[in-house]
Design a protein around this ligand. Sequence first.
Ligand SMILES: Nc1nc2c(ncn2[C@@H]2O[C@H](COP(=O)(O)OP(=O)(O)OP(=O)(O)O)[C@@H](O)[C@H]2O)c(=O)[nH]1
Length: 351
Amino acid sequence: MTVSTPARAPLEKTPVTIVTGFLGAGKTTLIRHILENAGGRRLALIINEFGDVGVDGEILKSCGVESCPEDNIVELANGCLCCTVADDFIPAIEALLSRPARPDHIIVETSGLALPKPLVKAFDWPPIRSRLTVDGVLAVVDAAAVADGRFADDPERLAAQREEDAAVDHDNPLEEVYEDQLLCADLVILNKADLVDADALSRVAGDIRQAIPRAVKVVEAREGKVDASVMLGIQAAAEDDLGQRPSHHDAEEGHDHDDFDSFVVDLPPVADPAALVARLAEVAAAHDVLRMKGFVEVTGKPMRLLVQGVGQRFRQQYDRAWPQGEPRRGRLVVIGEKGLDRAAIEAALAA
Ligand SMILES: Nc1nc2c(ncn2[C@@H]2O[C@H](COP(=O)(O)OP(=O)(O)OP(=O)(O)O)[C@@H](O)[C@H]2O)c(=O)[nH]1
């Protein structure tokens, strides 16, 4: 798959693609696909991740593709991009623009809990809009999670909560983040099509189209494999039509991530990775964990094991040798809704 690179005049604005999508939807997988099919474009990446283990940056740096050398990958681990736009994001993008070899296209991976709109707004600031434009906002959706009702209110759970407290607040924080991401999108990538049947897929696609008040294309994908020429070069100039991109947080100055908890668990070396993953899946089910990811040391193996969990669905692979001179340290980021029982999860994983 090749994409032709249009010649660019020196003063032309640099296009930026914002990749949004809930925790574990497949953003990093999709960006990796773009890097491998960049069609001669010189790319730069800004990656913002929740939790400080830096898994996404490691995965993308290990691609080693010519289109995006490691130096062009900037990781912003501090908090959520939507809340640190001025402090972190603007300086990072300024630094990329001042490189001797200016990137042809910049891709921003937001964290799975970030709202994209505050980020798009930053591109409307005069010093930024004169040099950059938001080529498009791509929203990656986990088709299986939506089909399972992950983002809809669970009526039974709500009724049980109401029985305990009649005044219970029924806002669903997952639904809010998911909807905000869809409402800001120029293109929706309905990923993980392999995990659902055709009926469920078309139902989810229909619901997404209904949820967005503009005509937005929805494309199905497996492993983020969408033609790069569909994802890059949309020319949406999203900063010019913020009014068309409603958000649950339009009335607020900022927003916080109090609805979610995240922490890092240290893991001792394991002898049996399959048993570990089975235990992780049990813990994820018992505590309704949204996302787990990190690196694990397997006894006797020179390579580290990359473990990724989205809900109770896990994947693991040896990704590369532990960096020389650094301690081998098994660490997993655990993310869930507020109230996650850290002590119980740590105890279960230490058992
Ligand atoms: N079955 C299936 N799994 C997928 C697909 N795309 C990605 N995955 C897996 O889903 C998990 C999460 O993928 P990522 O690309 O890391 O998702 P992400 O959106 O970057 O995750 P966060 O940055 O943590 O929010 C990984 O284990 C991927 O291998 C797909 O199309 N089908």
